[in-house]
Design a protein. Structure first.
Length: 76
């Protein structure tokens, strides 16, 4: 069994249409915000600090992928 670790999953076939609708972009941002706000950080343990770093990395990756898709859309 594998665990899904993506913060927000955007299907590749649907990626370009997502960025053409402000409502869909807002929905993605709300999903990210809910995930981050529901996270309870624990800086007192190594495991907790790793979880914080992992979530920060996921947010950064989501932002990066979103920027790449948006730039691709603008260039096409």
């Amino acid at each position: 069994m594998s665990e899904v670790t993506d913060l927000v999953v955007i299907e590749k076939a649907n990626a370009m249409t997502v960025f053409q609708s402000a409502d869909q972009i807002e929905e993605i941002l709300q999903k990210v915000e809910r995930e981050v706000m529901s996270f309870v950080p624990d800086i007192t343990t190594a495991k907790g600090r790793k979880e914080i770093a992992s979530l920060a990395y996921k947010v950064a990756q989501t932002k990066h992928i979103s920027m790449v898709l948006a730039k691709t859309l603008l260039l096409n």
